[in-house]
Write a protein that binds this ligand. Structure first.
Ligand SMILES: [Zn+2]
Ligand SMILES: [Zn+2]
Length: 142
């Protein structure tokens, strides 16, 4: 028998891919058919397919249904990237989420982010300057 599970998801605003939220993460947690968000929304999301950055509001999250055997949930996953800003004396950190192959190395995911050249405001005067040495990438398990 195939067991169906609920997932909370949003669509990538750039390419329309379905992005499944992990059951429990920095973003929030599942509560049956509800999703209880944490205070991180709206989030910075980078579409590595098209190399564009966008902000995703929690309003975009909706309930979907799929089976646990849907291959994309094994192949793809949500990654959390934290980057320290390399601008002069800036000590700010910026958090980015990206939907990427689950079996990639953190280095590859960081490269994919750098290739997308994300434009995210750091202060009133500059955008976050990303540098591989100041970035960490962590795959969030579903
Ligand atoms: Zn996309
Ligand atoms: Zn900065």
């Amino acid at each position: 028998m195939i067991q169906f599970v609920h997932i909370h998801q949003f669509l990538c605003p750039v390419c329309g891919a379905s992005i499944a939220l992990p059951r429990q993460s920095q973003l929030g947690e599942y509560e049956g058919q509800q999703y209880r968000p944490k205070g991180v929304w709206p989030i910075n999301f980078v579409c590595t397919q098209r190399g564009q950055t966008c902000e995703v509001e929690f309003d975009a999250v909706h309930l979907g249904i799929l089976t646990p055997t849907v291959p994309y949930l094994r192949k793809m996953g949500l990654w959390l990237i934290v980057g320290g800003c390399a601008h002069e004396d800036c000590t700010n950190q910026c958090t980015i989420f990206v939907w990427h192959e689950a079996d990639q190395s953190a280095e590859n995911v960081v490269s994919a982010i750098l290739n997308a050249k994300p434009m995210i405001a750091c202060t009133w005067t500059h955008s976050v300057e990303f540098q591989a040495e100041k970035m960490t990438a962590e795959k969030l398990g579903f």
